[in-house]
Design a protein around this ligand. Structure first.
Ligand code: FEO
Length: 409
């Protein structure tokens, strides 16, 4: 059966593909509703521009739609807003079929192009404000890097007030009704996508939104999920709000937030955590809190990590390693921007005691500031060792408040 022709604006058509069965995307995202790889064409009086392609496995769907809408020799431009394989998968075949077309990518995409397509292909670089003309249709490029790869750009079709936003404003949500006012309730998928893809890049989101403000946007055509035509400003405002949310503690109480995360098998690391928290909380301007990793789920880990200025992690050593909940906590940093947070590690041990050093090294890899040596206690902490824990917490807080000279260890 021939695919339906979907015109999203006059002479702008959907050429994407649907992937209703996908259940995990990019390893880190669950996709309960499947997804779509959105691609579009713009037909002007002097040629056609193809805006992105699809994942390679879905090339047949893409070409079937494309062939209903244009001849290959009409294609003047192929624009790739983002080179990730879910959008560049049909590129090489498209360039073979449309040899007159010029490939347009961002400057930052150049370094990735060969790594993705594994061959030398000609391209032209889009810069901010560059315009391509299709006669009666004009496309202007907007540089929106790191949303969510360095290469990402957007473009604006002036005559139709249409923003091609790349992955920005996307959702993993398969629904062939396509438009936001026709599909099912995808609000959870829109937010989930932001949290997992855009949240680590909040400053870049705000930068992009500032650039989008210059344009009168009537419809947003993202690379995944519903096309946003009912009230584009509503979606833009959501991104602005999520990217600007002030940290809870700082906002409400004007304090810095220090979080002590711990996991304990015989209560010894727990006792250390209590004393560290006590010491940390004794410093003016710091609100210290303690969390047992055994009962903290991932969304809460992410929120707490994001809101904390300093993060102290305690784990016992079991079989020469820190325990899984401590590693799970640090894996949540993949969803967050790393803004020079302070980190420190501690733990009680029985024999070898590697865990605090191992966690310290991981924090170093995550670009935390690490002013304190890992604090270790053999088995049950003594009174003296517990006092050292109080001092450790106190020192971490003082450093967070800028009261001591910080040494990188
Ligand atoms: Fe949808 Fe970042 O690719």
């Amino acid at each position: 059966m021939l695919p339906a022709i979907v015109e999203i604006k006059p002479d702008v058509f959907f050429t994407g593909a649907f992937d209703p069965k996908i259940r995990t995307f990019d390893i880190i995202m669950k996709t309960a509703n499947g997804s779509s790889y959105n691609s579009y064409i713009v037909r002007g009086s002097e040629g056609v521009a193809v805006m992105d392609t699809v994942k390679k496995e879905f090339s047949d769907d893409f070409f079937a739609r494309l062939e209903r809408l244009c001849a290959y020799d009409e294609i003047k431009y192929i624009v790739l807003h983002h080179l990730e394989p879910d959008h560049s998968g049909a590129l090489i075949e498209l360039m073979e079929r449309a040899p007159n077309a010029k490939l347009i990518i961002s400057g930052r995409a150049v370094m990735m192009l060969k790594g993705i397509v594994k061959t030398d292909i000609p391209y032209e670089i889009a810069t901010a404000g560059k315009i391509i003309s299709l006669g009666n249709k004009t496309i202007e490029f907007i540089m929106t890097p790191f949303l969510h790869w360095p290469d990402t750009m957007s473009s604006y079709l002036h005559e139709e007030k249409l923003l091609f936003s790349g992955d920005v404003f996307g959702s993993h949500y398969y629904d062939e009704r396509l438009f936001d006012d026709l599909v099912g309730d995808f609000s959870y998928a829109f937010h989930y996508y932001y949290d997992h893809i855009m949240r680590p890049f909040k400053p870049f989101v705000l930068q992009a939104l500032k650039l989008y403000e210059q344009f009168d946007i009537d419809l947003i055509a993202p690379l995944h999920g519903p096309i946003l035509r009912s009230n584009p400003k509503n979606y833009i405002d959501k991104y602005a709000q999520w990217s600007s949310e002030a940290r809870f503690r700082k906002n409400a109480f004007n304090t810095k937030m220090l979080s002590v995360f711990y996991i304990s098998s015989y209560d010894n690391t727990h006792k250390m955590a209590e004393k560290i928290t006590e010491g940390a909380d004794s410093v003016d301007g710091i609100r210290a809190s303690m969390y047992d990793l055994a009962s903290l789920d991932e969304p809460n880990m992410i929120t707490l990590l994001e809101e904390s200025d300093a993060i102290l992690i305690g784990s016992p050593t079991i079989n020469g390693d820190a325990v899984k909940p401590a590693w799970d906590l640090l894996s949540c940093m993949a969803y967050l921007e790393r803004t020079g947070k302070i980190g420190a590690t501690f733990g009680s041990y029985g024999w070898t005691g590697e865990a605090p050093e191992m966690l310290h090294e991981r924090l170093k890899g995550l670009k935390f500031r690490l002013p304190l040596k890992p604090l270790k206690v053999k088995l049950i902490p003594t009174e003296e060792e517990l006092n050292a824990c109080v001092a450790f917490g106190c020192e971490a807080s003082e450093i967070a408040m800028g009261k001591m000279i910080e040494m990188e260890i």
